[in-house]
Structure formats: structure tokens, C-alpha cells
Design a binder for this molecule. Structure first.
Ligand code: GLY
Ligand code: MN
Ligand code: MN
Length: 485
């Protein structure tokens, strides 16, 4: 920040305002305090239409209610986190809270109170700032500093959930009786208020339920994932158009270019973009992105736009920086492409979740044997897992609001289950030959290739949501040539 912004007083030179008391800065004259209370228009909004996913969030709350009858359920959005001194990281609401409410404001808490017939939901939020006590302009969280919030009445109309002041919640929870479960890890204040009322085991059951509930996407979620993939494809095109600028600077130019698309069309990137040029492609989570971008090398770009409603794509393309794969790059790329094709073909309702991984790994093992890098047959390689020296990671994962979605789901509900329509997963085989791998010929070293797409299971097979981007090596080259003009 160029200049420190703190609330001003008329006599700041003599009496700097640095100290807060009861949330308010001291040292304001009575006259100014009185003056600031009035003269403001009533900006209350009326007749607001419900948010687009109001019906879906209500259905999700109803399913949650049916799973935990008679229990009070507490789901916080989370709080701001300090980055340094008085600046905060940009806020991203907890997935569980956003999934159940459609709201994304910090400090919000959804509470489901048990009733005779089910649950009554209440959303606890920070209300509009008080003008009478000066909070709106004197407190650092006042609306004059951080922007207008919805009033509780406005929030009720938008979200379809009765709203109350979150500052009353800790006391209300303290007095509550009966069984309680809470989603942990987002709001320390709420957890403190509930210390004597919850157990780790019971809270874990709630977390697992909320993870498994997201395994099958509803129509709103599928539309969001489609948007995420479409924006991501545009972000990849943006990157191809500026590869010369990246060559003149670094991988950061690629990161920044994709981020611009993510911020303009969505909320953010769904995870740190992996902008890995040359041998950095062999570092699976290369997010430092501070390396050189060189003609003749490959660029492995693994990036996803997160939509404004917090659904993310997760897409990888491995591109020749100068527009043409070399012979060895193409050989490795085409093998990964073949493995991905086999993996995608195995995604269909009724298939075992593990099938697409097995199908892709088989192709890669066969290639490694064919190239003489490992002793065959492929069955032996697969049985001993020897291909993993170069394939490194699993072939995919569920995708949704979290890039590695549904991560708390039980094994029997996820990796040991069969695929059903509405599941969305990535298929992302790769081959990585580390620069210092002495077991492969020199020409392989430093080459890493991954191809990753986002695949929706449909009634009769699957749909590739990220198919706006070419995958076959010759099509990638033609696409790059067209974009570079
Ligand atoms: N971007 C992380 C992953 O592909 O799983
Ligand atoms: Mn990825
Ligand atoms: Mn992935």
C-alpha cells in the first residue's frame, strides 16, 4: 500500500487515532460523531429475486436434515486470515457452507436447528454496519471501509433462509442443549463456543456426509463445471497468444495471463496454476513458476478457472513452446494421449471407479516396455508397479467445488464404488522423465507430459467438458498456429 489508510480525525496531528476500544477508534469529537450519524439515504433493497441455485441449496439442506435428525448442525463459512500486519488473504468461503447456502461471505454460519419434523435453517451473518454508534466508518470492518453488505432482510430474500446477526451466535450456541455437530477447521470462535458439546468422531461423520453428498452433481453444478471449463479453455488460448512474452520474461507471465482470465470471468483460479516449462514439468506441483520459458521445450500448463459460484475446472495441456513437438516429445506425448483415450473410454455408468486408472496405466506400461525402458511383459510391470517411476500419480480424481473434490468420502463411496451419472472426474495420465534419471536414455530426460480433461459421467457414457481444447498432437499444433496467427 502506498499510503496507510486509517480512519481520520480532525486533530490527527495532536491525537493520532491508533487505539481501538470496543471496536471503535477513539478520539473523535462529539460534534463529528453526531454529524456522521445522519444525512444518509436509506438504501435497503426490496423485492430481491432468490439466487439462481436457491432450489438446489434447499434440496441439499433437506438431504442433510434427513441424515442427522434431532441434531443441531453448525456449518461455518470461515473467517478472514491475516496475511501480514493488517492485510488479509482474499477470502474463499468453505466449500460446505457455500454448497448448503449459496452464500460466500466471511464469518457467516449456517445452523440447522432440530424440530419435530426435521430442521429449521438459520443463516447467521454480519448485518449492515450500525450508523448510530459510528461502527460503519470508525471500525476497520465497517462498510465504509470494506463495502456494503446485504442487510439480514436482503440476505433472507436472496438465500431463502431466515437470517440473524452472527454476533449473537456464540452466546446462543453456548446455551443450546441437545446433540450438536459442526464442520471444523474454518471458524475458531464457533469451535470454542462448542468445545463441550461436540466430539471429533461425530463431527467427522458430518464432514464425510457433506463430502459424499457432492459425489453426484445436480444440474446447477454441472452447468457451473461447464462454465469453468469454457473459461479455462479461453485462459489457455490467452496463454498461447503470449508465449513470446513468456519467453522474454518467465513462467510468471503465463501464470499472470491465466489469472487475469480467472479473475475477470470467475472468482479465482481453483488451485495454484502449474506453469511448468522444460524440466519443471517433471515436478508435479510446480507452482513457483519462476523459471525460463524456452523455444524447443515443452510447457506443461495445469490450470483451472473457479467460477463465481466456486466450481473449478482442472485441465492440463502440454504444449510445444515454439509450436512444433520434436520427435521424442511427440513420441512421449502421443503415448500419454493414447493412455488418456483409453482412460476416458473407461468412464461410463456402472464401470468401477478404478477402471479408468487401470486402462491408462496399462497403455503407459506397454509403451515403457516397447521403448525398452523397463523389462516386460506389461503384466509384470503393472503387477510390480514398476511403471510408477515415470507415471508418478493416480490417473484422476473427483472434481467440483474442490479441485480434489469429495476428499473426505469413504473408500467404499469413492475409489471402491461404481461410476454413476452426474459424477465428474479428471482423467490425467502422465509420463515424467526426471532430468537426473540415469535409467533412461538422455533424450528422454527432462521431458514431462500430462494431458488432463474433466469428464462428466452421463446416462450412456461420458461427456468431456473440456473438449474445447485440442488434445491430439497434430491438432494441438494446428490450434497453436491459428492462435499465434
Ligand atoms: N491440478 C492438480 C491435479 O491435477 O490434480
Ligand atoms: Mn490438474
Ligand atoms: Mn487433476
Amino acid at each position: 500500500m502506498a499510503e496507510e489508510l486509517t480512519p481520520e480525525t480532525p486533530d490527527e496531528a495532536e491525537e493520532p487515532i491508533k487505539q481501538r476500544k470496543n471496536g471503535l477508534y477513539q478520539g473523535v469529537s462529539d460534534e463529528l460523531a453526531e454529524n456522521m450519524k445522519s444525512g444518509w439515504a436509506d438504501t435497503e433493497l426490496t423485492g430481491l429475486a432468490p439466487i439462481a441455485q436457491a432450489a438446489e441449496t434447499a434440496a441439499r439442506r433437506a438431504a442433510l436434515s434427513a441424515r442427522f435428525p434431532g441434531e443441531r448442525l453448525v456449518v461455518p463459512a470461515g473467517n478472514l486470515k491475516t496475511r501480514s500486519n493488517d492485510t488479509e488473504y482474499s477470502f474463499r468461503a468453505s466449500t460446505e457452507y457455500a454448497y448448503l447456502t449459496g452464500d460466500q461471505t466471511h464469518d457467516g454460519v449456517l445452523v440447522l436447528e432440530p424440530t419435530k419434523t426435521g430442521h429449521e435453517a438459520t443463516i447467521y451473518l454480519l448485518p449492515r454496519s450500525d450508523r448510530e454508534n459510528g461502527e460503519f466508518w470508525l471500525d476497520g470492518m465497517g462498510e465504509l471501509w470494506v463495502g456494503r453488505r446485504h442487510s439480514l432482510t436482503e440476505a433472507e430474500q436472496l438465500l431463502g433462509i431466515p437470517a440473524k446477526d452472527v454476533r449473537e451466535l456464540a452466546a446462543a450456541l453456548g446455551e443450546a442443549t441437545g446433540p450438536v455437530r459442526a464442520v471444523r477447521g474454518h471458524d475458531a470462535g464457533i469451535e470454542t463456543a462448542l468445545t463441550d458439546k461436540v466430539t471429533a468422531e461425530r463431527d467427522e461423520e458430518l464432514r464425510v456426509y457433506l463430502s459424499e453428498a457432492r459425489l453426484i452433481k445436480d444440474s446447477f453444478e454441472i452447468a457451473e463445471l461447464e462454465k469453468a471449463c469454457a473459461s479455462t479453455a479461453r485462459g489457455f488460448e490467452d496463454v498461447v497468444k503470449v508465449l513470446d512474452k513468456a519467453e522474454a520474461t518467465s513462467e510468471r507471465y503465463i501464470e499472470g495471463t491465466f489469472f487475469l482470465r480467472a479473475r475477470v470471468e470467475g472468482n479465482d483460479v481453483g488451485y495454484g496454476s502449474i506453469c511448468a516449462a522444460g524440466p519443471h514439468a517433471c515436478t508435479l506441483h510446480w507452482v513457483r513458476n519462476d523459471g525460463a520459458v524456452r523455444s524447443g521445450d515443452l510447457l506443461l500448463l495445469d490450470a483451472g478457472v473457479e467460477t463465481t459460484e466456486l466450481y473449478t475446472a482442472d485441465v492440463t495441456r502440454t504444449l510445444p513452446i515454439n509450436g512444433r513437438y520434436t520427435e521424442i516429445q511427440r513420441k512421449i506425448y502421443d503415448a500419454v494421449y493414447e493412455a488418456q483415450e483409453a482412460g476416458i473410454a473407461a468412464v461410463k455408468p456402472g464401470a468401477a471407479y478404478r477402471d479408468f486408472h487401470d486402462a491408462a496405466q496399462r497403455v503407459l506400461a506397454e509403451k515403457l516396455v516397447e521403448w525398452g525402458l523397463v523389462e516386460g511383459p506389461a503384466e509384470r510391470v503393472l503387477e510390480l508397479g514398476l511403471q510408477r517411476r515415470w507415471t508418478l500419480h493416480g490417473t484422476g480424481h473427483m472434481l467440483g467445488m474442490d479441485v480434489h473434490d469429495c476428499a473426505a468420502a469413504r473408500t467404499e463411496a469413492y475409489v471402491d464404488t461404481t461410476l454413476e451419472p452426474g459424477m465428474c472426474l479428471t482423467v490425467e495420465p502422465g509420463l515424467y522423465f526426471q532430468a537426473d534419471d540415469l535409467t533412461v536414455p538422455e533424450e528422454y530426460r527432462g521431458i514431462g507430459v500430462r494431458i488432463e480433461d474433466d469428464i462428466l459421467v452421463t446416462e450412456d457414457g461420458n461427456r468431456n467438458l473440456s473438449d474445447q481444447l485440442p488434445r491430439r498432437s497434430d491438432e494441438v499444433e494446428a490450434w497453436m498456429a491459428a492462435l499465434k496467427g
